[in-house]
Design a protein around this ligand. Structure first.
Ligand code: CMP
Length: 138
């Protein structure tokens, strides 16, 4: 099924110059970048993005982190893009992520796990609306 999903490259990924490496992997898989922006995210946008985690102990830290430096917001389109991207990024905690995944190859800690990607098609639709209110190319 053709889908569009959201990938955020977090401040650690941008500061470590991994924008190209992560985007290369997405494109090499056969998926299309259908929206792309480098930005300083607002607190309000990040809090809305992580609204489901509002009561979790890490909510403040993850919001602080996402607003600590530039991030990349990327829309990715293709067959089963939501699942394909989640699998490519690897487990949320990088120490559990398999080699060959972005986190398994490039990250070590859950607080700096390099990327966010939408968990399912409903989350993807909500998150794309938040980060790309102008729409995406597809
Ligand atoms: P992400 O996929 O962006 O969704 C929520 C983020 O919170 C997660 O990646 C991690 O970077 C961060 N986080 C920190 N601690 C935890 C935790 N215990 N469980 C889930 N996410 C956590």
């Amino acid at each position: 099924m053709n889908e569009t999903t959201l990938v955020l490259i977090k401040p650690g990924g941008v500061s470590r110059n991994l924008i190209g490496e992560i985007t290369r992997r997405v494109e090499a898989r056969g998926l299309k970048v259908s929206g792309l922006k480098l930005m300083n995210a607002s607190r309000a946008t990040v809090e809305e993005h992580y609204a489901e985690h509002r009561e979790r102990p890490f909510f403040k830290d993850v919001c602080d982190y996402l607003t600590s430096g530039p991030i990349v917001a990327m829309a990715v389109n293709g067959t089963n893009a939501v699942k394909a991207i989640r699998a490519m990024m690897g487990a949320t905690n990088p120490i559990e992520a398999l080699p060959g995944t972005v986190r398994g190859d490039l990250a070590l800690t859950i607080d700096d796990n390099l990327t966010h990607s939408s968990s399912d098609p409903e989350a993807a639709a909500r998150e794309l609306g938040l980060w790309f209110p102008e729409g995406t190319i597809s």
